[in-house]
Design a protein around this ligand. Structure first.
Ligand code: PMP
Length: 281
């Protein structure tokens, strides 16, 4: 049996529900986090908790449980679902209140939802060995992509466009013609000069926890990183390209808008970063 956690209770997945006037459901007035679970352990646990607290703070949603309490609940959820390899999803909304755009006048309890699912890391490994295709789409999102809200409609449409084009991910392009990030991943290239390039982490992208870890891995081997937006053209001509996220780690990109990247095979630097990341995890 699959279990979910809602507001203090572990419930059979199919019976777990929230109120129709939950502000997450009504307004996307909610934040979320996703942890990868490997061999029973949360990867980058602290980084994701730090970001969760920051997202809540930016939206002035009170932190409803301590980090230790959440870790305890997550551990129990994984145990009940017998998951050692997979992911944990956490959503916290501002809570339930009569529908009105402004914050509820009287304080309400935030809603907490936790689910988890099993993931086949071997399938992800096989995909990483082949590399994936991405396409570019216009970035249609709001001005605070650094806050991890459940307001994901542009990301949903971007991912769907990628799938309809036979690709795995969509890289979003801002009004200046520069790639910001993927619909659920951060975007990277290695230039012909051997520089790692990824978009600066301002309000225009999600500050990926895996992205931050790659900065550390790169630093360890003395690799320089340029934090700036790059154009699709620059990406087509790159020596290597890849994407990062908690659940896909470091995944080589071998085609962008049907342009083969270099010889169309995963790049060596990309693969060594993937290994370094998974080795440290
Ligand atoms: N960008 C977006 C838009 C995302 O949704 C994600 C996945 N949470 C990422 C980047 C990657 O972030 P992380 O490495 O923390 O999973």
């Amino acid at each position: 049996m699959r279990f979910a956690y809602v507001n203090g209770r572990f419930l059979p997945h199919g019976e777990a529900s929230i109120h129709v006037e939950d502000r997450g459901f009504q307004f996307a007035d909610a934040v979320y986090e996703v942890w990868s679970v490997r061999e029973g352990k949360l990867m980058d646990a602290d980084g994701h908790f730090d970001r969760l607290e920051r997202s809540l703070g930016e939206l002035r949603i009170p932190t409803p449980r301590s980090r230790a309490a959440l870790e305890h609940i997550i551990g129990e959820l994984l145990r009940r679902n017998r998951i050692r390899n997979g992911l944990v999803y956490l959503q916290i909304s501002r809570g339930q209140a009569r529908r009105d755009h402004a914050f509820p006048k009287q304080a309400v309890q935030p809603t907490i939802v936790l689910t988890c699912k099993r993931l086949d890391h071997a399938a992800a490994e096989a995909r990483a060995e082949r590399g994936i295709a991405v396409v570019t789409v216009p970035d249609q999102r709001w001005a605070r992509c650094d806050i991890k809200t459940v307001n994901l409609l542009p990301n949903v449409l971007a991912k769907q466009a990628a799938h309809e084009a036979g690709a795995v991910e969509a890289w979003q392009v801002d009004r200046d013609g520069r790639i910001t990030e993927g619909s659920s991943t951060n975007a990277w290239i290695v230039t012909k000069a051997g520089k790692l390039v990824t978009r600066q982490a301002d309000h225009g992208i999600l500050h990926g926890i895996t992205r931050a870890r790659i900065f550390k891995c790169a630093q360890d081997v003395g690799l320089e990183i340029e934090e700036r937006g790059f154009t699709p053209q620059e990406a087509y001509e790159a020596r290597e390209a890849f994407l990062t996220s908690a659940t896909s780690f470091v995944t080589p990109v071998v085609s962008i808008d049907n342009h083969s990247i270099a010889n169309g095979e995963p790049g060596l630097l990309t693969l060594s970063l993937r290994e370094a990341y998974l080795g440290e995890a």
